[in-house]
Design a protein around this ligand. Structure first.
Ligand SMILES: Cc1ncc(COP(=O)(O)O)c(C=O)c1O
Length: 390
């Protein structure tokens, strides 16, 4: 019998040692492996012998984490990378080469956006970006030579949720590989492969690790053939995960279920209260019934609407900056998915080089705050936010 995902995160299989089995996945902090003879080593290089030979090609601790994430996402297998960007870069590199056409949703994570610009400027890849909330616009952008459709399950900062069943169906009918960045949702809220996606990428730095203490990426494949193509590129780039990072992520996975439920509950409560606050003009969180993407989110996500929300302050730039500097319990930090609550004021930090028009194009108003809800007591969090708003 297959157990529920939350049970499987806790019971990740660890290999037996002698006559007993460790409960935690052991850390094999070794980059190389010795063989009894040249024949066994040659067989290993061929992929027909012992599975581990050199850590850039594989390591048992890393492989255990890859298997756990592939299982949670319902994929044929997974590849771990040194970071989320390592995962996305190796995957696009393997699928695109030079030339070709990509359709991507318009407001992607900044690092992914920068990568698409490089692929366009240096490698001649054509990139069409469209509003992924508009399924018909995505359909119109697909061409016979479109190799990749690139989406994020939950968009930042609008909080809209991609209509994965409809979009993956369009990609499949066009012979296009659908890649979904599932970092914000985690496999506990959404499994894009079940909705028809071909590849799922994660920044495991975020919810999977969960404690701001490691960096990593994981790519999960519906199909083993595509996995092997991407593995070859990952090994060439050398952007592989090291064993201790994999161990931290395996350990993070074992509490993912309780953390994600708490992140979602805290985010929903804060979103509801912020929506009623006089200093707040707008809240972007698909868990709110009046969010334009609420109906799609209910269909695509299962068990919550994620831990990240954004809100806009009436006082614009000055108010946004003051808020970010006044929070005490929440940390002013550029990440998400941590057990601690983190806030960002993009207009004065990550996007400070943009004027009001550039900010509007990026979907960011001057008073916008992004908040990644942690797992603290929500009353303490609300007291901190209310004081900073005051
Ligand atoms: C949605 C999303 N994808 C990918 C990345 C990149 O991940 P990493 O920082 O692990 O390279 C991030 C980082 O913030 C992200 O938010």
């Amino acid at each position: 019998m297959t157990h529920h995902a939350e049970t499987r995160t806790v019971h990740q299989p660890a290999p037996a040692v002698g006559g007993s089995t460790p409960l935690g996945v052991p850390i094999y902090q070794s980059h190389t492996f010795a063989f009894p003879d040249t024949e066994a080593m040659a067989a290993s290089f061929e992929g027909a012998g012992p599975p581990f030979v050199y850590a850039r090609y594989g390591n048992p601790t890393v492989a255990a984490m890859e298997d756990a994430v592939a299982d949670l996402e319902g994929g044929a297998g997974a590849i771990a990378s040194a970071s989320g960007m390592g995962a996305i870069t190796a995957t696009l590199w393997a699928l695109l080469g030079t030339g070709g056409h990509v359709v991507a949703q318009d407001r992607l994570y900044g690092g992914t956006q920068a990568l698409l610009t490089t692929l366009r400027d240096r490698w001649g890849v054509e990139v069409t970006q469209v509003d992924a909330d508009d399924v018909a616009a995505v359909g119109a952008a697909l061409r016979p030579d479109t190799r990749v459709l690139l989406l994020e399950t939950i968009a930042n900062p609008s909080g809209t949720v991609a209509d994965l069943p409809a979009l993956a169906d369009l990609a499949r009918r066009n012979g296009t590989t659908a890649i979904v960045d599932n970092t914000f949702a985690t496999p506990l809220l959404c499994r894009p492969i079940e909705h028809g996606a071909d590849i799922v990428v994660h920044s495991a730095t975020k919810y999977m690790g969960g404690h701001s203490d490691t960096i990593g990426g994981v790519t999960v494949f519906a199909d083993a053939g595509t996995l092997e193509r991407v593995r070859a590129r990952t090994q060439e780039f050398g952007a592989v995960m090291e064993p201790f990072a994999a161990w931290l992520i395996s350990r993070g996975l074992s509490t993912l279920g309780v953390r994600v439920r708490r992140h979602c509950a805290n985010a929903l409560t804060l979103a509801e209260r912020l929506a009623g606050h006089p200093e707040v003009t707008r809240v972007h969180y698909a868990g709110l019934p009046d969010h334009p993407g609420h109906a799609v989110a209910r269909r695509v996500l299962d068990g919550g609407f994620g831990g990240v929300l954004a809100f806009e302050l009436a006082g614009g730039l000055k108010a946004g900056r003051a808020f970010a500097e006044r929070v005490r319990l929440a940390a002013l930090a550029p990440s998400l998915g941590d057990v601690r609550t983190l806030v960002m004021h993009p207009a004065s930090t990550s996007h400070r080089m943009l004027d009001a028009e550039g900010l509007a194009r990026a979907g960011i108003s001057e008073g916008l705050i992004r908040l990644s809800a942690g797992i603290e007591d929500v009353e303490d969090l609300w007291a901190d936010l209310e004081r900073a708003l005051g």
